[in-house]
Design a protein around this ligand. Structure first.
Ligand SMILES: Cc1ncc(COP(=O)(O)O)c(C=O)c1O
Length: 512
């Protein structure tokens, strides 16, 4: 039956299955195969129920295929064909986690070019706290597109840039005057935060932490504390970057150990009077979703104040509601001097920024900051709408609630399916990860097993992304707007994929 798309039904918090209603072992769902997406614009399509609901007793949510306009360049409707073309045309260094090609997406669901439906727990790497194509974001971007799409703020400025800067200054922690610079990518934001800190302090040094990730440009790679695959073969990196130990509870590094490491660094390599900034992710992102303990952030603030060093919070992955607050560092009560932002700020549009103390942000002379595309007006409009959606739809509270759900469900699933495997469930708010090890006795990180869970999950219709130094943690970046029904469906697939990975491993052991 041709109906209006009901995909927006999956936004919000509609509850369809409670924990006690979940069967002991969820039925093993497979990725939902659909008929081909229609190629013509706004062609009405049949509304279909999910073919293989993961939980037999759960009320099945009606999924509708949103009308779709096929992009003019689209020639292939087979993943295999596109993979071949991709291999021939795209640089090998750009990896993709899933061997499928997107056709369209809505909130926490995505359909590939073959019409297969997936639940998206990866959110385009933490970009989609407000979901794929949030109606408010799409509407704002379209309205802006009808006016102008680019003038370059450095040639003819426009209000959306100013309005977004005003909003970010208001949201960022700190009871002082703030200013904002808008750029396009997270790495560019970090690059500029370093430039600003150097100009403001007249010092060259920057201290970053082990396990951190700050981007793929040369300065940000220098700051990033993980060699493979990011830093391999591309050095040397800029000078005056120093590394301090991250307080990694997982590996027995306490806050005291980490602070002693920093003090040692000051004695051995980095004269604190020559250090411009300390940069830290309040929750390690790529590094494994480890929150920085509050005492560590407080100590860093005190050390920075003592030595005239600026504290930069890299909130690119943790910001905009992921942890239940606008910025993860707010959980600690510590106020940084500069904050880098990107990703979920604009619900899928490329924009990033640096927010900071007004006098620090003004350190560079006119012309010292910027870039042709920085603060693109369509992306600014999208960001203002995404921020409004977070406010209006109570997504900060939703993040905390989702965090609790994931913690509870992961421990149930782990206990039921692979108790000796799930070493840790950690995070802040809905920035949650689960870590896998070979066994509890040795707690050896098991990246291969994690990879297998990811692959089996994809086969069953769930997109997952690993993280951590050993790739042995799975991080949850599902839109905060996802319905409870979709979240539960994803969790049931996760459990089935975990069981698949255990079975595959047992088969392999038996065959050896
Ligand atoms: C904490 C953090 N900083 C910086 C970056 C780099 O952002 P981008 O990929 O937009 O350059 C990322 C990206 O994952 C990140 O998670």
């Amino acid at each position: 039956m041709a109906t209006k798309s009901k995909s927006s039904k999956s936004r919000g918090t509609k509850k369809s299955v409670t924990l006690s209603e979940m069967p002991e072992k969820a039925a093993a769902p497979k990725a939902t195969k659909k008929t081909k997406a229609p190629a013509t614009k706004a062609a009405p399509v049949e509304t279909k129920a999910v073919e293989t609901a993961p939980v037999a007793e759960a009320p099945v949510e009606v999924k509708a295929e949103a009308p779709v306009a096929k992009p003019v360049e689209a020639k292939s409707t087979a993943n295999a064909d596109l993979l071949k073309r991709r291999e021939a045309a795209v640089a090998r260094g750009v990896a993709s986690a899933a061997p499928i090609f997107a056709a369209r997406a809505e909130n926490a669901e995505l359909w590939d070019v073959e019409g297969t439906r997936y639940i998206d727990f990866a959110g385009g790497i933490a970009v989609l706290n407000t979901g794929h194509r949030h109606p408010k974001v799409v509407e704002a971007a379209k309205a802006q597109e009808d006016l102008y799409t680019h003038t370059s703020f450095q040639v003819v400025p426009y209000e959306p840039y100013v309005a977004l800067a005003e909003k970010l200054n208001e949201l960022a922690p700190g009871d002082f005057a703030k200013k904002t610079l808008l750029v396009t990518t997270g790495a560019e934001a970090v690059e500029n935060a370093v430039k600003i800190a150097r100009a403001a302090t007249g010092r060259p040094g920057v201290i970053a932490f082990t396990g951190s990730y700050h981007g793929r440009t040369l300065m940000t790679l220098g700051l990033t504390g993980k060699v493979t695959p990011y830093k391999k073969d591309v050095g040397p990196f800029p000078a005056d970057i120093f590394r301090a130990p991250f307080p990694d509870a997982r590996n027995g590094i306490t806050v005291d150990d980490a602070l002693r490491g920093l003090e040692t660094l000051f004695l051995t390599d980095a004269d604190p009077s020559r250090v411009a900034a300390i940069i830290i992710e309040p929750v390690l992102g790529e590094g494994g979703y480890q929150p920085v303990p509050t005492e560590m952030l407080q100590a860093l603030r005190a050390i920075c104040d003592q030595h005239g060093i600026l504290l930069i919070a890299d909130e690119i992955q943790a910001g905009f509601g992921r942890t239940g607050k606008w910025f993860a560092i707010e959980h600690s009560g510590v106020t940084p001097d500069l904050i880098t932002v990107a990703k979920s700020m604009a619900g899928g549009y490329p924009i990033a920024g640096v927010i900071g103390r007004a006098e620090v942000m003004d350190a560079l002379a006119p012309g010292g900051l910027g870039g042709t595309y920085g603060g693109n007006p369509v992306a600014c409009a999208a960001a203002l709408a995404a921020i409004r959606a977070i406010e209006e739809e109570g997504l900060l509270a939703r993040s905390l609630q989702l965090g609790e759900t994931f913690r509870a469900r992961f421990s149930e699933i782990g206990a039921r399916t692979a108790p000796y495997r799930m070493w840790d469930i950690r995070g802040l708010g809905a920035m949650i990860a689960v870590e896998f090890v070979t066994d509890f006795a040795t707690a050896t990180p098991d990246g291969a097993f994690t990879k297998s869970v990811v692959a089996h999950a994809l086969k069953r219709g769930l997109i997952l992304l690993p993280c951590g130094m050993h790739g042995n943690a799975l991080r949850i970046m599902v839109p905060l707007t996802a319905s409870d029904a979709v979240i539960e469906e994803g969790l049931a697939i996760f459990e089935a994929a975990l069981a698949d990975a255990v079975a595959a491993e047992q088969q392999q052991i038996a065959a050896e």
